[in-house]
Structures are given as C-alpha cells and as structure tokens.
Design a protein around this ligand. Structure first.
Ligand code: UT7
Length: 335
C-alpha cells in the first residue's frame, strides 16, 4: 500500500517587513542582507496571530484541497519550534480543537527546521497502521516572537508562516518514498532558544526555595558560520544518500525542495550536487527562513503555480537546530 499527499495548504501573515524597514532600525542594509542571504522581505505575525492560528489556516486549505473532512483526520502533527505555549498544551491540540478533528491524536514535533520532514515520516507510519485514517502534517512557526530584533546577524534571517499537507493511503499505488532522518548533537550549541529548564533556577536568598520564574522572554542565538558549513555538507550528503538508496542518478531529480534558510546555502548545495539551480524551488526572497514551515509552504506554492506534476521525482531536504537533518525522495504525490 502506498501513501499519498492528498492536498497542500499554506498561510503567510499579511504584515511584511522589508530589509529597508530593518535598516531603519539596525546597522544593516538591503544590499548586505540580500547579497548574503537572498532575502528581501519576510512576513511577520500581527497581534492576535500565533503559531496555532497560522497552522489552522494552512491546514484548512490543505483539507479543502484534498476534500477531506475533519472527522476523517486521525492524527494532527505540528512541527514547530515556536509553540503557542512553552510547552503545553501542544499547538497540535489547539489546532485539533480549532479544526474540529474530534478524537484525533495530536502532538507537536520539535526537530527545528527539519521538523516537517520528520513529521511526514511519522505520518507515513501512522497512516500505514491505521486503515481508513488520514494525518494532517503541519509546519508552523512564529519566529518573530523569539528573535532578538537588535541582533542583526540573526533577526534578518527569519519570517513567520505555516504550511500543511493531508496524508492518506492509496491502495492502488506503489510506494515511492525513501527517507533519511539524522542528527548531530555535537552541534547542539550552534542554534539555541533560551527559556527551557537549562536556564538557572533563581533561589530566594532568604527562604532558599525557588523564586518566581525568570520573566525574560526566550530568544534565539545563532552561530551562523558553523551552521552554514553544516548545512551545505549535510544537505548535499542527504540528497546523495537518498539517490543512492534507489540506485538513481542525482541528475534524474526533477525538483528539489530544500529548506529555505539562505540562498547561498542552496547555491552551494546545487554546485556540490552538480544540479542546475533552476531545479531548486526558491521563495526565500519574500518568506525568509520560516523553519519547519519552509518546505510545506514551498510545496504548496509549487502546487498552486502548477509546477508539480504527478510522477515528478522530487527531493525534500532540510536541516536545523539540534543539529538535525532529513530528506524524503518521492514520485509526487506518492510517498
Ligand atoms: O535554519 C537554520 C538557521 N540558521 C541559518 O540558516 C544560518 C546559516 N548562516 C548564514 O546564513 C550566514 O552565516 C549569515 C547570513 C548568518 C551570516 O553571513 P556571513 O557571510 O557568514 O557573515 P559573517 O557572520 O561572517 O559576518 C560578516 C560581517 C561581520 O562583520 P565583521 O566582523 O567582518 O566586521 C558581521 O558583523 O558582516 C557583519 N554582519 C552584518 N553586517 C550588516 C552580520 N550581520 C550583518 C547584517 N548587516 N545584518
């Protein structure tokens, strides 16, 4: 039995922050940001918008595109590093309630920017073992809420948004997916978000018992150079491994959906893979890096532009904090 992506959806907030907007507050410029990243602007959630509201909008689109009703969904997975709450209730539970997917299992999956690829593989396993059920896989991020907007080496890179797919079984089709999931925890300090239990507990000096929680907001820190080198190495290696698993040439790949972190990373990966850059889907000039949302947003954009035809050999490859990485090679839309 094969498993298929039955429909896609995405959501980007209407508020846009351009590089020029950032340059009015920071010591940076459109020229520097674009030449170092390929980014011109990013979407940013407004007051009242959260990871769950964006996730639910993307999911509704994916369900409409696939003709699937809320009652048919048996599992909701939200890949995110920016849940509404830190950490419960899960964003997936909130989304499940918003969509009316009564009784569906729901959980968040945290594998940073590689999260969507991880979640897609979890959904594949779920659908294979739960006949008749469908899974909703969402990548959603509200990174603007965890950025230090005075840190010019980091805040310029990211944007908010959500992408979603509905996954279901197709008894007729032959499975096509090959999957790689990996991590290298030795680089866990390269990208960190504060606000977890590693933060020191503040004891009341008089009583010796914990004082109230530290009110500082969590922020992201990034060692860009180290992450850049890791990304190029691991994306090219994962792509090669996925092709080797099926005994196919890299040149036979039709379309690559690489995590949209930095245009220079994607250019370097294309050079290593000896694939023309035109085969790589690119939208980070207007989305920036939306972490776990970047691959499903790209897939949905490609579907809506009519760029994805049945049977196309596609690669989805991602990397992120952890450090994590992963990839899926499939004949669209069959997993
Ligand atoms: O999803 C995973 C998330 N992480 C990533 O994707 C990060 C991957 N890394 C990168 O994308 C790149 O390393 C960056 C875009 C973050 C940085 O680019 P870079 O070419 O590695 O620049 P750099 O860090 O070597 O900095 C070069 C210079 C420095 O000045 P000095 O020390 O040479 O005087 C920085 O202070 O550029 C300066 N700089 C900036 N200048 C203007 C750093 N950020 C900015 C900025 N505007 N926004």
């Amino acid at each position: 039995m094969a498993i298929k992506i039955l429909g896609t959806g995405s959501y980007l907030p209407s508020k846009v922050i351009t590089n020029d907007n950032l340059a009015s507050a920071l010591d940076t410029s459109d020229e520097w940001i674009f030449s170092h990243t390929g980014i011109h602007s990013r979407h940013v959630a407004e007051d009242g918008e959260t990871t769950s509201t964006m996730a639910a909008k993307a999911a509704k689109e994916a369900m409409a595109a696939s003709g699937v009703q809320p009652g048919e969904i048996g599992l909701v997975v939200v890949a995110t590093s920016t849940p509404d709450f830190c950490t419960f209730p899960s964003t997936a539970c909130i989304v499940q309630g918003m969509l009316g997917c009564e009784g569906a299992g729901a959980f968040d999956l945290q594998a940073a920017c590689a999260g969507f690829v991880y979640a897609l593989d979890m959904a594949r396993g779920y659908v294979a073992t739960h006949p008749g059920k469908k899974a909703l896989v969402i990548g959603a991020e509200c990174l603007s809420r965890i950025l230090d907007w005075t840190d010019r080496a980091c805040c310029i890179l990211f944007g908010d948004g959500a992408g979603a797919v509905v996954v279901g079984a197709d008894g007729e089709a032959t499975p096509t997916a090959r999957v790689v999931l990996g991590a290298d925890g030795r680089g866990s300090h390269f990208i960190e978000r504060s606000g977890g239990t590693k933060d020191a507990l503040v004891l009341d000096p008089k009583t010796g018992i914990p004082a109230r929680p530290d009110p500082r907001l969590p922020v992201m820190t990034l060692q860009g150079h180290d992450v850049f080198a890791f990304a190029v190495r691991v994306l090219a290696r994962t792509a090669q491994e996925l092709c080797d698993m099926g005994g196919e040439a890299v040149a036979d790949i039709d379309r690559v959906f690489a995590h949209q972190a930095n245009g220079r990373i994607i250019e370097a990966v294309a050079r290593r893979m000896k694939l023309p850059l035109e085969k790589f889907f690119l939208n980070l000039d207007t989305t920036a890096n939306t972490s776990a949302a970047s691959i499903p947003i790209s897939l949905d954009e490609a579907v809506r532009k009519g760029e994805l035809r049945d049977g196309m050999k596609i690669l989805m490859i991602g990397f992120g904090a952890g450090l994590t990485y992963g990839g899926v090679r499939c004949d669209w839309p069959t997993l």
